[in-house]
Design a protein around this ligand. Sequence first.
Ligand code: SAH
Length: 257
Amino acid sequence: MSGRIAVIGLGPGEARYLTPEAEVELEAAEAVYGYGPYLDRVPARAGQSRHASDNREEIARAGAALAHAATGARVAMVSGGDPGVFAMAAAVIEAIEAGPAAWRTLDVAVVPGITAMLMVAAKAGAPLGHDFCAISLSDNLKPWELVERRLRLAAQAGFAMAFYNPVSKARPWQLDRAFDILREELPGVVPVIFGRAAGRADEKIVTVPLAGARGEMADMATCILVGTTATRIVARDGLPDLVYTPRRADAGRAERA
Ligand code: SAH
């Protein structure tokens, strides 16, 4: 038997967002690997070993899980949200590409999950209702200049945006710089949604105009959605606003108002 590795998305938080497919894969696994806090979300099962690792150790974690699978075991690697969005699926495949030939014979499954931006969008209304892009603001794996360039071009192209990894202790000023770049390209009324711990008990969703968006409004558990010049806020008496980006756009570049 050649072994199997399933890279599983746990969704944004509560168990009700886990897909039935992910549930089946977790049930069948002999060993579960993952970053500690994600592993904590997986209930312990008899006969299943658990291997927690630190946040920054993705490639080492992927290698350990693949070496385990190569012994013929059924191994699960868990990720928060979707495993293909700034997460472990690419790390596992990168390790397979660089690793021993035997790893290419493994049965590999990527099991999708609800990613943070979709959970936050759903809670706010439909801010990603038209063209959008997702950008990690972390400069661990790419230069900050590239982040700035992508932000500016995405704003000029009229994309709504989702920001992952918006801040960390090692990146205290970058998010404010990102908002400054957006303010150079977009009108101050564009809605910015700060979605914190979406899909968990302590969820908090706050919408502010771009003019008032500040780095201190986010932490590492926040996914930020930035609307476009077309994004609208539907106010309702006594009920939460609905933020949405209409399904139609005109031909011109989104102009600064
Ligand atoms: N694979 C994950 C993303 C990993 S990157 C996914 O698909 O969601 C980690 C970043 O994801 C965090 O810094 C934050 O920006 C975002 N994030 C993850 N879970 C979140 C949640 N429940 N609410 C809001 N943002 C979340």
